[in-house]
Design a protein around this ligand. Structure first.
Ligand SMILES: NC(=O)c1ccc[n+]([C@@H]2O[C@H](COP(=O)([O-])OP(=O)(O)OC[C@H]3O[C@@H](n4cnc5c(N)ncnc54)[C@H](O)[C@@H]3O)[C@@H](O)[C@H]2O)c1
Length: 117
């Protein structure tokens, strides 16, 4: 069975990806700080780790062994805040991509694909 991690999985797009993965019988784990997402957006039984993608040790700990693919949707999408606080907007995206990529060579936490939009 394929195993997926969805960052920002409690948000709008992430939760739809979670639904689609569950519908095809895949294993899914969500990593989200719930800053705008909601636990109630997730199907019952989907594991949720509440954390910030900028926290490298938390991300490293969260990635289960055998994770095939990470869908990276964690982001702050409020346009006004994005203009006023552009660094905070982009840091989660950039930092998390760097951390998640860095997991690749690690023996037990191999992530073969990282998908972000
Ligand atoms: N909604 C759209 O129409 C649309 C279209 C194209 C691209 N996108 C992109 O897709 C991504 C997700 O968009 P969305 O509409 O689902 O947004 P959303 O706000 O509904 O979801 C983002 C999720 O990320 C979580 N999050 C935010 N910062 C975090 C952090 N530091 N650590 C962990 N979790 C964090 C939030 O709690 C939330 O659940 C964004 O990058 C957005 O720009 C969205």
């Amino acid at each position: 069975m394929n195993y997926y991690v969805v960052t920002g999985g409690a948000g709008f797009i992430g939760s739809h990806i979670v639904d689609a993965l569950i519908a095809k019988g895949s294993g899914v784990m969500v990593f989200d700080d719930l800053s705008s997402g909601k636990r109630g957006s997730l199907p019952i039984g989907v594991p949720l780790i509440v954390g910030d993608v900028r926290d490298a040790p938390a991300v490293a700990t969260a990635l289960p062994a055998g994770t095939d693919t990470v869908f990276h949707l964690a982001a702050q999408i409020d346009v006004r805040r994005a203009v006023e606080e552009w660094l905070q907007k982009f840091e989660p995206r950039v930092a998390a991509i760097a951390y998640l990529r860095a997991q690749g060579p690690r023996r037990s936490r191999m992530v073969s694909r990282l998908i972000s939009c």
